[in-house]
Each structure stands twice: as structure tokens, then as C-alpha cells.
Design a protein around this ligand. Structure first.
Ligand code: NAD
Length: 482
């Protein structure tokens, strides 16, 4: 692999994301030789750490995620890490950071290349972007910025943030990261759809009845109630992960596999996204909040959550497009916290057909994203000794060894940032479409709140509020995963 010279600055170097995901991923990329002699990483955060302390943290992070580690390699790797105590609002700190990056550039011959990674609370993204611009932190080589989610909390704030970032970075150099796009089975959607005529030819609204995307979490908000109060499930999961998955499921076939062609095909679809009106939102969208149990708090009892909070920890809804292979066909989605089990899956539900055998079972294609990686297709055949039709699964299951080989989403996506491949990142024009949709739903809910309508409550560790079973367009539709 090519050795890419670069100085990487991580804002939020003492945080959870950096520790659990970024440092282990960087080590793997180091082991593969993508970064080797000519790189340095500057971790910044408020805490007064030393370079040595950061290196120890990085070393711990790698040990926590790897069964076996080459200690010599790890020591060589961590020696490339530097810590800069930094308050994101302090101008002088950016000057110090700039000087440190310049010194490291000379020491490691990094050719003026910079990657800035915003791994901090989203409320700081705009301030950091502003300072990168005002204090001229960009350098003479390539300058790329990776922005974590959420990118804004509505269209207006996303536009404001985008303006701050584009003051210093071209759209091509902005990597809005969505780690779901680094997942194996999400990256498998396009190959599955386009390489097998059996699937390619049925991928249309004439054959498919609906598509269902379920991203279910087992955990509650834990210590993040304060942040979650400003977000909710719709902004936290739908605006990014669910809409990206839906885009891959509904987009037309790209001309080729370049990032440009894939984003063009996505955009063609998204320009035809149907924004629901108030009545459609009332019929096809449901929000809910988890209740407590003997052992657990309900959402409203969680730390830093208002007693009368209307923030949703569950949402189910519907999206349709005017164009594309599944035009005007309902795509249902749901996501929530404290659901029965952690599972991320897509179910493609085929239409019933009239048969000489009477009512046959409906057939589905299911893509299991997490926790296992699997695709199964149901097929019908005759019963062996009695009349009638039975349904069986054709399974495409990853072996344990294959599952172990799959890199973490962050490793894949960081690799792509280094090699400048933005295929699996969110473009601004896509994000704009997503926010337009979300804003309309949020406004309708705001109105409902003002009218005193209560949010649905749901029992923990089931599949969300009962009302979520009523969002379908026809009485013959239901959730495949119950
Ligand atoms: P975190 O709270 O664990 O870390 C925040 C970091 O910011 C810490 O290093 C902290 O010291 C630093 N910080 C806070 N205030 C500061 C200030 N005024 N000046 C300088 N530094 C300051 O958060 P996290 O979980 O690492 O999340 C970071 C980002 O990554 C968020 O945007 C989050 O949405 C996103 N994200 C996180 C995960 C995850 O698994 N943790 C997954 C997906 C996305």
C-alpha cells in the first residue's frame, strides 16, 4: 500500500470515538503501510495530557481491540502521536497548533498535507471550522476535513456549518462521515442489486411491495441524555444512517463505480424524494419514548432529561420517491432505543401473486447488517407428503472466519479519506435533501406538541409502540421482523 505523508489533527483526542475507533483503525492502517514513516497525529482536547500520556492511551486502545499486537510496531506507531492541550474557543491555541503541525511536517516530511478530524461534540464543529479558516491552519499540500455526525440539527444550521467549512475546504475535501456506509452489508447493497439478474430484474415497484429498514438498539440513552434531548431518534439515526441506506436501496444503477457516478445516481433519486404533508405524517409516522421497568429508568427519568420531554427515542415512518426503480413504492423505516435486541436489517417484501396453488406464502429478501452478516431469500416449494406450499430460506451466511476478516467501518472510511475516495461519504446536496424532509416532520411534531398531543410510550425491550404497526399504506402490510 502507498505510504501517504500527512499530519492528522484530531479535535477530541481524549474522547470515546478517538479511543474506541480512530486509534485502533489508524494502527491497522499503519500495519498495512498506508501511513508509515511520514505521518504524525496530533490529538487535541481540553485535558492537560502529555505526549507520553496520549501515546499510552493509544497503546491501550490498540490492546483493547486486538487479540495479538506486535509490540515493536505498536511502540513505533505511538511514537508518531503528539498531544496539544487545546480549548476550541481559544485563538492562541490554534496558533500553537499551527506551529506544532508545521514542525511535525518538517520532521516527518509530510509534504504540507493535513487531515482535520472533528471528533467532538457537534456544537463545536462551526467554531473549529471558523478558527481553521481565521488562523490559516490549512497548509500547502492537500487539506481534508472529516466531520462527524450530526451535521447540523436542521437545514438552516447545516447550511451555516457548511458555509463555515467551505470557507477553507472545497466540497471534494469535506468528508462527512457516516460509519454505516463503512459497514460490510451496507457496502454489499449495490453488488447484490446489480450483479445478479434474478435480483436486478425484480428490483422494481411492479414486483416489490415495500422495503423495510430496521435499525434497532438494545441500549437506552445511558449517560447521553443531555445530548439526546437536543436530537431525538429522527435526527440521530434517520437523517443520516437510515436515509443513506434507503438511498442505496432505491437509487438507479450508476454508470460506473466512480465516486462521481455513484453520487450522481444518488442525487438523481434524491431530487425526486417526496416530502410528506401533515396528513401523511399523521398517518405514516409514529414517535415514541421508552418507559421504565423494575430494573431500568424510563426515558423521562434518565439523567439530564426533562420530566415532560417530548424527545422521541423511537420513530417509524415512510419515504417514497417519484423516480428510480422503486418509484412510488413505500419504503418504511423504524429505529429506536431499548428495543428487544440490537439488530440492523433490511427486508425487501415481494408482492403476493395469484397462483394455481392457491395462496402461496409471500417471499422476502432480507439483508442482515448487524450483529451477523447475512442475506437470505425465502422461496416456496411443495410440501413433501401433503398438499400445499412451504417456504424455505436460501442463506448467504458469512462464516466466522469471514466475519473476523471484515474491517471495522471506521478503518474502511479512514482509509478512504487517506486515499481521497469520497464514494462512501455524504455529499452536501444529499444532506440538504435529507434535512428538508426531516425539518418538515419535526415541524409537524412541534405543532402536535403545541396542540398538547402526547408522544406514544412503549414498554422497554419490545419492538416499540403499538401504533408503529399501523403506519402502513394497506392493511395487507406488516413488519416482517416482529
Ligand atoms: P466524547 O464526549 O467522548 O469526546 C469529546 C471530546 O471533545 C473529548 O476529547 C473532550 O475532551 C473534547 N472537548 C470537549 N469540550 C472541549 C473544548 N471546549 N475544547 C477542546 N476539547 C473539548 O464524544 P465522542 O463520543 O468521542 O463523540 C465525538 C463525535 O463523534 C460526536 O460528534 C459524535 O456524534 C460522533 N460519533 C461518536 C461515536 C462513538 O462511538 N463515540 C460514534 C459515531 C459518531
Amino acid at each position: 500500500m502507498k505510504n501517504i505523508p500527512v499530519i492528522m489533527i484530531i479535535f477530541g483526542g481524549s474522547g470515546d470515538l478517538a479511543h474506541r475507533k480512530l486509534y485502533p483503525a489508524l494502527f491497522n492502517l499503519y500495519e498495512q503501510g498506508l501511513i508509515h514513516d511520514n505521518f504524525a497525529v496530533v490529538g487535541t482536547a481540553r485535558r492537560p495530557w502529555s505526549h507520553e500520556y496520549l501515546r499510552q492511551q493509544v497503546s491501550d486502545a490498540v490492546h483493547e481491540t486486538h487479540d495479538e499486537v506486535n509490540e515493536n510496531d505498536l511502540a513505533a506507531f505511538t511514537s508518531h502521536f503528539y498531544y496539544q492541550s487545546h480549548d476550541v474557543t481559544n485563538v492562541e491555541h490554534y496558533e500553537t497548533l499551527k506551529n506544532l503541525a508545521g514542525d511535525l511536517d518538517n520532521r516527518y516530511s509530510a509534504q504540507g498535507n493535513r487531515i482535520f478530524y472533528m471528533a467532538m461534540a457537534p456544537r463545536f464543529f462551526g467554531t473549529i471550522a471558523q478558527h481553521i479558516n481565521d488562523q490559516n491552519l490549512t497548509s500547502t499540500g492537500f487539506n481534508r476535513i472529516v466531520v462527524e455526525k450530526p451535521f447540523g440539527r436542521d437545514l438552516a444550521s447545516a447550511e451555516e456549518l457548511n458555509k463555515q467549512i467551505t470557507a477553507s475546504f472545497d466540497e471534494n475535501d469535506i468528508f462527512r462521515i457516516d460509519h454505516y456506509l463503512g459497514k460490510e452489508m451496507v457496502q454489499n447493497i449495490l453488488p447484490l442489486r446489480f450483479t445478479n439478474p434474478l435480483i436486478k430484474n425484480i428490483w422494481n415497484s411492479a414486483t416489490i411491495k415495500n422495503i423495510q429498514v430496521t435499525l434497532a438498539e438494545h441500549l437506552g440513552v445511558e449517560a447521553r441524555g443531555g445530548y439526546y434531548e437536543t436530537s431525538g431518534a429522527l435526527r440521530d439515526m434517520v437523517q443520516n444512517h437510515i436515509f443513506q441506506i434507503i438511498t442505496l436501496l432505491a437509487m438507479p444503477e450508476p454508470k460506473d463505480l466512480t465516486s462521481k457516478s455513484i453520487h450522481e445516481a444518488k442525487q438523481e433519486l434524491l431530487d425526486s424524494m417526496i416530502v410528506p404533508d401533515e396528513q401523511e405524517i399523521a398517518q405514516h409516522f409514529v414517535r415514541g419514548q421508552y418507559l421504565g421497568s423494575d430494573m431500568t429508568f424510563g426515558y423521562r427519568q434518565e439523567p439530564n432529561v426533562a420530566e415532560d420531554s417530548n424527545t422521541e427515542t423511537f420513530v417509524a415512518g415512510e419515504v417514497k420517491f417519484k423516480k428510480g426503480p422503486v418509484a412510488n413504492m413505500p419504503i418504511y423505516f423504524r429505529t429506536g432505543k431499548e428495543l428487544r435486541e440490537k439488530t440492523n436489517r433490511i427486508d425487501i417484501v415481494l408482492k403476493h401473486i395469484c397462483t394455481p396453488y392457491g395462496q402461496a406464502h409471500s417471499n422476502n429478501i432480507s439483508i442482515i447488517i448487524d450483529p451477523d452478516m447475512q442475506i437470505f431469500i425465502t422461496i416456496n416449494g411443495k410440501k413433501i407428503t401433503e398438499p400445499g406450499i412451504r417456504r424455505e430460506n436460501l442463506d448467504y451466511l458469512f462464516s466466522k472466519q469471514e466475519q473476523e476478516k471484515v474491517p471495522d467501518g471506521y478503518e474502511r472510511l479512514l482509509h478512504d479519506v487517506f486515499v481521497n475516495d469520497s464514494t462512501n461519504f455524504t455529499h452536501w446536496s444529499e444532506l440538504k435533501n435529507y434535512w428538508k424532509f426531516i425539518d418538515v416532520v419535526e415541524e409537524a411534531w412541534q405543532k402536535e406538541n403545541e396542540e398538547g398531543k402526547q408522544i406514544n410510550q412503549y414498554l422497554p425491550y419490545r419492538m416499540g409502540p403499538k401504533a408503529a404497526n399501523e403506519i402502513f399504506e394497506s392493511p395487507t402490510e406488516r413488519w416482517i421482523y416482529e
